[in-house]
Design a protein around this ligand. Structure first.
Ligand SMILES: [Zn+2]
Length: 67
């Protein structure tokens, strides 16, 4: 099956092992798509926050600001 990237519109080709899958799919453009597939049907898709090792600029870990 193919999944349309929400960021660039590229059709990401997924093989049969993704017929029941829930998790992130990475597009060629680098966008991370969070998908849920059941019985070969796309049930949900959304952009996922890309994992980054750099410190977030605006987000703050709740409860982590002790100083
Ligand atoms: Zn893309």
């Amino acid at each position: 099956m193919k999944i349309n990237c929400l960021s660039c519109g590229f059709k990401v080709d997924l093989d049969d092992m993704y017929d029941d899958f829930e998790g992130p799919i990475k597009c060629l453009c680098g966008a991370l798509l969070e998908v849920r597939i059941e019985e070969g049907m796309l049930k949900a898709i959304k952009m996922a926050e890309p994992l980054s090792r750099t410190a977030p600029k605006s987000k703050r870990m709740e409860g982590a600001a002790t100083t």
